[in-house]
Unconditional design. Structure first.
Length: 276
């Protein structure tokens, strides 16, 4: 998906919501365990209920890989269902891959040619040859980890050099020479608040994938206040707060209500900033 298409979808739907498909067999409603493929049955119901309010879906690969070969099949079926029934949705494989060039090329082939997703999260630690193999695909995106909100992020991301530059800022500066705002985004945790100003100082035009709104306590209003640009430039992800809104047979309806409520707040914020 091209950047222009992504921006058009945001404006048309009045939403920049991404639903994270962190599907855990131990957390899905018990009645689904009778299905031939419980993971896909859950995902399909969540997608059908939330699709009117979203512009993206983000399956977290760990949840599928933990189920072995069957989990990967469920993932393939989920991506295929989205492609066939929701072709305007931006599909992110949250895999956080990162390895030397030849291996990175194999990951790129797996996710972009075989699985057919639009974007892949990538860990930047091994540098340029770890990232560039993913950038050779037209209409595909790399989403680099930049400033996450987990407690351990301070161990490396916040370290300052002698010039006062923090590691996450150097990651963005350096990587901007490998890709551009039409094929590279950055992960920035929603709990970072005012630090979005620092992100925008080094990534003024890039889209940011922002997890952590909802169950993790991030503020949508703070993210927008400091992170929005004229083309929105934000994809805000919510996972548990939507997909596990109910543990009963009404789980899909509950997810739809949560997605609609969050998308409604997004529409108001987009209007306030004259984006729609």
């Amino acid at each position: 998906m091209k950047r222009t298409e992504l921006v058009e979808n945001i404006r048309r739907k009045g939403s920049f919501l991404c639903v994270g498909l962190d599907t855990d067999l131990k957390k899905i409603p018990q009645h689904l365990l009778k299905e031939e493929d419980p993971i896909f049955a859950f995902n399909k119901a969540i997608i059908d209920a939330t699709e009117p309010y979203t512009i993206a879906y983000k399956p977290n690969l760990a949840f599928y890989e933990s189920a072995g070969a069957a989990g990967w099949i469920s993932l393939e079926k989920t991506v295929r269902y989205l492609r066939e029934n929701c072709p305007d949705q931006f599909i992110i494989a949250d895999a956080k891959r990162g390895d030397i060039g030849n291996t990175a090329g194999m990951y790129a082939r797996s996710f972009f040619e075989h699985l057919g997703v639009d974007a892949l999260t990538v860990a930047p630690y091994m540098g340029e040859d770890n990232v560039t193999p993913f950038l050779g695909y037209e209409g595909k995106w790399v989403i680099l980890l930049a400033l996450t909100s987990n407690p351990g992020s301070k161990d490396f991301q916040m370290i300052e050099d002698k010039n006062g530059h923090r590691v996450f800022e150097d990651v963005i500066r350096k990587s901007s020479h490998w890709g551009s705002p039409v094929n590279m985004m950055y992960v920035v945790g929603a709990t970072r608040g005012e630090m979005f100003k620092d992100i925008r100082a080094v990534a003024p035009r890039s889209f940011l994938l922002v997890p952590g709104v909802g169950a993790q306590g991030g503020s949508l209003e703070e993210v927008v206040k400091y992170g929005i640009i004229d083309e929105c430039g934000l994809i805000v992800n919510s996972s548990r707060g939507i997909i596990y809104a109910s543990k009963g047979e009404d789980f899909a309806e509950a997810a739809g209500r949560e997605a609609a409520a969050l998308a409604g707040r997004m529409k108001e914020l987009l209007a306030q900033h004259n984006i729609i």
